[in-house]
Structure formats: C-alpha cells, structure tokens
Design a protein around this ligand. Structure first.
Ligand SMILES: Cc1ncc(COP(=O)(O)O)c(C=O)c1O
Length: 458
C-alpha cells in the first residue's frame, strides 16, 4: 500500500508576490520606443492604487448611497450608519483612545490645517525643517511657529528638541511619522516623552507611516495623527485627523455650514461638538467607507507581514541602487532606525526629471522626481535642485524593483534611446508617440494645467 505524503506549498518569500491585490496591477502602458510594458508603480508614497477589497466595498456601498445625517429615508439611514461605522473603523485602525475623536477630512493637508486652527492662541508650535510642506506651512502661517534646523544625527535631534522644549512652553510639537523623502523617522516614543515632559502635545504626520507600519495613538501616547486615504489604498478623497477631543471641541468650525451647527439665528451660531463641528457640508461617505475598508484589510494581515514585505523590497531597492555607479541614496540621519519603503536618491550629473521621463517612456516605470513638497529638507540634504524617489507598497513585487534597477543601469550605460525635451517645465520624449490614455474624460491638453503640488517647483 502506498502512502500519500501531503506537503504544504511553501509561502513565497516576502516581497516576491503582491501582499494584497490592487486594482490595475499589471496594466500595460505604452512605451515611446514602441509596444507596451506592464506598469511598475513605484510611486506609492505619492498615491497608492486602490486595494481590490476597497473597490469592491465601494461598489457594494454605491447603490446604498444617499444623504447622511439629514434624511428620513431608509437609504439615508443606511448611509448614515455606513459613514459613522467607517469613522469608528478608521479610529480603531490608529489605536484611538476611548475619548479620542475622528474627523473625516479630505487628506493629511486638510487634517493638519484643521488642527492648526484649533491650537489655543498664544500656544506656539515647534516643528523641524525636515517636514513635508503639509506639516510645515499650516504652522508657519499661524505666525507662532519655531522651525528647528534638523541636526545631523537622531541623537543630536532629540537633544535639540529637549533643549528647545525646555526653554519655553510650546502648545504643540508637529513631527513626521516617516519622511516622504527617505522613509526615516525619529523614535516616536522618545519624542512624545520629551514633549509631554515639557507640557507640549504631539501631532504625528502619519501620511507615510500608517500605510506601512502598525501605529497606535494609545500605545505611542501621541495626541493626534493625520493621514490620507489615497496613500492608504483608498483613493476616494477621504483622510482623517484622529486624537484628543478638547482642542477640537473648542476650536473654530473648520468648514462652516450645514451639519456643523446646533442652532443658527441671524445674529449667531451655536456649533456642535467635534467631529461634526468640523465636517460642515455633505460628508464624503464613499471616501470614508473606502478608507475604513482599507484599514480593515491592512488590520487583517498577519502580524509582521506588511513590515516583512516592505522590508524585503526596500532592502532590494536600496542595495540595488547603491550598487549602481553614481547613485546616492539620501538619508537625513546616519543613526535612524529602519526606514519605511521610501528611497530618495540622486544620480551624479543626471537631471532627475530626465531620468524619471526615461524610466517612464522607455521602461513603463512610474516614480517621482523633484523636491517632493519638502524644499527645506532637500536644501538640508544638499540637493536643492531635486532628486528621484522610488517607493513600494502592498502591490509591489521584487520584479518591479528589479525593473527599476535594470532601467537605471541601462540609462547609466547607454543613455536614452529617443530624444527628450522640456515641455511645460517637465521632461518628456520630444515627439511623444504615446497616446495619453484614450480614456473618456482624459484630455491630453489638460495635462499642462495640472501642475498641482508644484509643476517646476514640485
Ligand atoms: C509626509 C507627508 N505628509 C503630508 C502629505 C500630504 O498629504 P496629502 O497630499 O494627502 O494631503 C504628504 C504627501 O505626500 C506626505 O508625504
């Protein structure tokens, strides 16, 4: 009698396969050299594709969509329940404490702008110059911010923070959870301890942190966290500010309008408490549902799986880049802990915009060039003219990373195969044969008008 031996198929090594399915994986994009290539999305730090589970949840919710908080109709009740349940799910994802509040915003910029309006007058805000503009400009604009030059090591940065916090009382310290240029961060527990010892609260810019690492307000002790759905596999226009209630209840309503008020007379308005106080107008129900679905999907991953996936890909990326001649991987501090899957780098004597255009047009690779909405940090890193940035996520594989490394090696050895020119401030093939989509609603002429976070200044 023969005995059947059952063996469990070996789990793929971290980073070998996508960790979760994303919409659009493997989509073929046209090349300027002819033909197509599967799109290698290595710009997840800017925006991620939607998780398939998120798109499915939105499709399920769409037929149920109706006004929230207002209607007596059955679907209004369902939509209100969907929206408020999403709020709870989002809050739980970042380890909100029982008395924390979760305001659904448009994105991180919106969330930090909201909080900036609620910092008590005369408080003062402390921030490092290594921040993304979203975590710098709202404080700078208040007029009571101290922008601290980032010292060259983590140890020296903690000492400098302790020193400045000890000299006067700040209401708030705003700190990145992970840099959008290098993936690095200060040890958050130490930063929170320093700030709290000085009577200062802490807001974490979680845009680059919460999609990549487990984060908990309760465990870290941070007072607020801000993040964006479009960087968390839920690109449906919602983000969140989660944290302490008191300032948010006392501060001015962020969006003055319907839904934020208890009573209005011609003379005055009585506002409701947070979160609705700051959500005037019709809220983004589907955006909140999408963000909650993404939180649920990431929460359902086995402990450590996300970190192992991104660690493997980052190592492959950073090691591969460093092995190429003339490539320098950017770091803020030599003594920082393990960065997230974001790698900023420069190529000697190469214009970052040209390299990015080449990788897109000839290899079907999407990555970022420019100054990453972090101009002071790029000055500090001695690349005021800009750099390149590759970033990974749950849909990225080692094959995507290898294609970037091979494309860059080809650029360094042979240079571009077609001619490039700067058009409207951006490098592109001089006679670009690629159709810009052929999709309903995508007008190629509109591209030049979409400078957004910077155009030439990006
Ligand atoms: C660290 C960091 N903070 C804030 C933001 C702003 O995020 P959003 O554009 O979604 O408001 C970004 C965007 O890239 C970021 O990387």
């Amino acid at each position: 009698m023969s005995t059947a031996v059952l063996t469990r198929p070996a789990a793929p090594a971290p980073g070998a396969a996508p960790l979760l399915p994303v919409v659009g994986a493997g989509l073929a994009v046209p090349l300027a050299t002819g033909g197509t290539a599967p799109y290698a999305q290595l710009d997840t730090a800017a925006s991620t594709p939607a998780l398939a589970a998120v798109a499915d949840r939105v499709a399920e919710a769409l037929p149920l969509y109706a006004s929230v908080h207002r209607g007596a109709g059955y679907l209004s009740q369902v939509s209100t329940a969907l929206y408020e349940s999403a709020r709870d799910r989002i809050a739980a994802f970042v380890g909100a404490r029982d008395d924390d509040v979760c305001v659904v915003t448009r994105n991180t910029t919106d969330a930090l702008g909201l909080l900036a309006g609620c910092v008590p007058d005369g408080g003062g805000v402390l921030v490092l110059d290594a921040e993304h503009h979203a975590d710098l400009l709202p404080w700078q604009r208040r007029g009571d911010a101290t922008v601290l030059a980032t010292p060259p090591t983590v140890a020296a940065t903690l000492t400098a923070l302790a020193d400045v916090l000890g000299r006067r009382r700040y209401a708030l310290l705003a700190v990145t959870g992970a840099s959008n240029v290098t993936g690095e961060a200060l040890p958050l527990a130490d930063v929170v301890a320093l700030a709290h010892a000085a009577g200062t609260r802490v807001v974490v810019d979680g845009a680059q942190l919460v999609p990549h690492r487990r984060f908990s307000l309760a465990d870290s002790g941070a007072d607020w966290v801000a993040f964006s759905g479009h960087k968390l596999y839920a690109p449906y226009g919602a983000g969140a500010l989660v944290g302490r209630r008191d300032w948010l209840d006392a501060g001015p309503a962020y969006l003055a309008g319907g839904g934020a008020v208890a009573e209005v007379t011609v003379e005055e308005t009585r506002w409701v408490a947070a979160p609705h106080r700051h959500e005037g107008g019709s809220p983004n129900v589907l955006g909140a549902v999408a963000l909650a679905a993404a939180c649920e999907a990431l929460d359902a991953l086995p402990a450590g799986a996300l970190e192992a996936h991104e660690r493997a890909l980052r190592a492959r990326l950073a090691d591969g880049l460093q092995a190429l001649p003339g490539v320098r991987v950017l770091r803020i501090w030599p003594d920082s802990g393990e960065p997230t899957g974001v790698v900023g780098f420069t190529v000697t004597d190469a214009d970052p915009g040209l390299v990015a255009a080449f990788l897109s047009a000839e290899h079907g690779i999407g990555l970022r060039d420019g100054r990453f909405c972090a101009h002071p940090l790029l000055e500090r890193l001695r690349v005021p003219g800009g750099a390149l940035r590759a970033s990974v996520g749950v849909g990225t594989t080692g094959a995507d990373v290898d294609r970037l490394l091979a494309g860059l090696a080809a650029y360094l050895s042979d240079g571009p195969s077609v001619a490039y020119a700067v058009v409207d401030g951006r490098w592109q093939p001089a006679d670009d044969p690629r159709p810009l989509a052929g999709l309903a609603g995508a007008d190629p002429a509109a591209l030049a008008r979409g400078a957004g976070c910077g155009g030439p200044a990006r």
